[in-house]
Ligand binder design. Structure first.
Ligand code: EPU
Length: 418
């Protein structure tokens, strides 16, 4: 078991370069299978979720060249065989293979996807879209068998703006006959990244980034190239690090407009920062005001940053509230923050109340999921004494080279095998 050890309360200065977005890359790689030619994806992050997707590509017989940040995928001769549970369950995004294979071959067999345990996370909207496009879905013993004689464009209304269902519907409809309209689509930048990639291969998708996306089916997709957009959640996490322990800490390679919900919230809390082109420079904030945060789909405050932000809210002067509207079980970090000395009440499974300021003291904590793990790293960086974080594989799934990036700016942090 790996663990992260942090000796806290050191001031960090220098530059952190943000990598490619996990939640884009994990959709772009399965999307590559829709091409009948060779595609190239640049700025791939160095995280273990990518290794899990590579395993699926290789299992299906795709030819993959992966050098540093560039991945070249040739899926001309893949073998569309059943994706077994031991690989489908490694991550949530494995279900993008389900829609890509269905879109290309009109048949797919795959076991349930995995992902962080932060709520029920059903995939009913994706399955509904497949059925409306003309597929038959059989679900048996945790396995899906999905077939279609023909996928036919239609209008699909999503009950909620789900990122996964929006991307899955695009992937399944891009080679369908006729036009598909997705209403109440999610608007996350990662969806725009996927649509742009597919359009580069010859797809006809418009409206990505708005709540109505139109896909005119094409018979073939060819060569394609894209670059993974900067990871706004990794960027947001390091911006919060800057507010906690930075001294002119520069977070580079970001798209500031993707981070507006966090940046405006920080201003409200009296955290100062400067935006310079594609960088933010931020220093430790003192005398922060408490605030109210409610997570929403993009451009609202991202659920993936609420746990990292909680590590900052404990230092505000007064009572802050944080409402989680996307997931039912995303407060597993709270017990561990309280163990470190925070004063957080769980009002109900969607709301917490944080009374500050409190001083955190290092102790042994657990990364129960990816973003809870990030919260623990941030709490540890600002705490006095030594923090030991267990189960850190969750963190390594989504934060590339986190130990190196933080060490380079002066953090006392290490990864140990125990
Ligand atoms: N939902 C349904 N039915 C569906 C789909 C979603 O009820 O068919 C519900 C979910 O249970 C959840 C909400 O709708 O309560 C939103 O789910 P969404 O589908 O938008 O999330 P996702 O696609 O499963 C992606 C990211 C998550 C991120 C969310 C929201 C990937 C691989 N995962 O998940 O990332 O939290 O969008 O932005 O892209 C993370 O990076 O830590 C992470 C969990």
């Amino acid at each position: 078991m790996k663990q992260i050890i942090i000796e806290g309360n050191h001031i960090l200065t220098g530059k952190i370069e943000v990598g490619g977005a996990k939640n884009s890359a994990v959709a772009l790689i399965p999307a590559a299978l829709l091409s009948d030619d060779i595609v190239t994806i640049d700025n791939i992050p160095n995280i273990s979720d990518i290794d899990a997707l590579n395993e699926i590509l290789e299992y299906l017989g795709a030819k993959v060249v992966h050098n540093d940040k560039v991945m070249i995928i040739d899926s001309k001769n893949i073998n569309n065989r059943e994706i077994p549970e031991n690989i489908s369950s490694k991550l949530r995004a494995s279900y993008y293979f389900m829609s890509a294979l269905l879109g290309k071959y009109k048949h797919v067999e795959m076991y349930f996807p995995g992902g962080c345990s932060i709520g029920a996370r059903p995939i009913d909207q994706t399955l509904k879209a497949f059925e409306q496009l003309g597929a038959t879905v059989i679900e048996k013993n945790k396995k899906y068998i999905i077939d279609a004689e023909e996928l036919r464009g239609c209008t699909i209304y999503l009950d909620m703006p789900s990122v996964g269902a929006t991307i899955n519907t695009i992937l399944a409809s891009v080679r369908a006959t006729g036009e598909t309209i997705i209403r109440n689509a999610a608007k996350e930048p990662e969806i725009v990244n996927v649509a742009t990639f597919l359009n580069n291969m010859g797809a006809q998708i418009s409206g990505a980034g708005t709540s109505e996306i139109r896909v005119i089916g094409v018979t073939r997709l060819g060569k394609g190239f894209t670059e993974v957009i900067p990871d706004r959640i990794e960027a947001g996490t390091y911006i919060i690090v800057g507010a906690l322990v930075g001294n002119n800490l520069e977070i580079a390679n970001i798209i500031p407009e993707h981070l507006e919900a966090l940046l405006f919230k920080l201003r409200e809390m009296h955290v100062n920062y400067k935006i310079k082109d594609n960088s933010i420079i931020i220093s430790r904030a003192i005398d922060m005001k408490p605030t109210r945060v409610k997570t929403l789909g993009y451009p609202g405050f991202p659920t993936d940053l609420q746990q990292p932000l909680t590590s900052l809210l404990v230092h505000c002067n007064g009572v802050s509230t944080l409402e989680e509207t996307i997931y039912e079980n995303r407060f597993k970090n709270v017990d561990y923050l309280n163990k470190m000395g925070a004063n957080i009440d769980i009002v109900n499974n969607q709301k917490i109340k944080i009374t500050g300021p409190t001083k955190l003291i290092g102790t042994e904590v657990v990364a129960t999921d990816l973003r809870a793990g990030a919260c623990m790293v941030l709490a540890g960086l600002a705490a006095t004494g030594k923090t030991v974080i267990k189960d850190v594989d969750h963190i390594l799934r989504g934060y590339e080279n986190i130990i190196i990036k933080l060490t380079n700016v002066g953090a006392k942090i290490s990864l140990e095998e125990k």
